[in-house]
Design a protein around this ligand. Structure first.
Ligand code: HEC
Length: 108
């Protein structure tokens, strides 16, 4: 009986690990929305230092290209202040609501 219990515990542990790894890789779009507002909208807004940017302004491939090459952007120094996880979360938000995504979104 004791053995069955540990097997179940190990199984639960493994399932949790897989879940966490998966969530980490994909990025958390909900958190990304918040981080985007906090770290990007400060400049990328009407009347700001840079042109206003919303998820809907690019297609998914466009966002992918931006994130693959963000070190070349004019604001790369701002990106450098964020963790890779934060960048992945922002990517999940922008990509997930891109122009050709199932739920395109514009920042209000
Ligand atoms: C300190 C102000 C500032 C911050 C903060 C900032 N940017 Fe920028 N960004 C700029 C400027 C200035 C440019 C170049 C001019 C332009 O494109 O408006 C630029 C350019 C860009 C471009 C290229 C323009 C385009 O349409 O492809 C993208 C994409 C971009 N930023 C995304 C981001 C994202 C995502 C964040 C948050 C992680 C961010 N920026 C944070 C100032 C900023």
């Amino acid at each position: 009986m004791k053995r069955v219990g540990s097997v179940i515990l190990i199984a639960i542990f493994l399932i949790c690990c897989i879940g966490l790894a998966f969530a980490g890789e994909k990025g958390n779009a909900r958190k990304g929305k918040y981080l985007y507002r906090k770290n990007c909208r400060t400049c990328h807004v009407d009347g700001g230092d840079a042109k206003a940017l919303s998820p809907i302004d690019k297609e998914q491939a466009g966002w992918q290209q931006v994130f693959d090459n963000y070190k070349e952007l004019a604001c790369a120094d701002k990106w450098a202040e964020m963790s890779e996880k934060d960048i992945a979360d922002i990517y999940a938000h922008l990509w997930g609501h891109a122009k050709d995504s199932p739920s395109p979104a514009k920042c209000e």
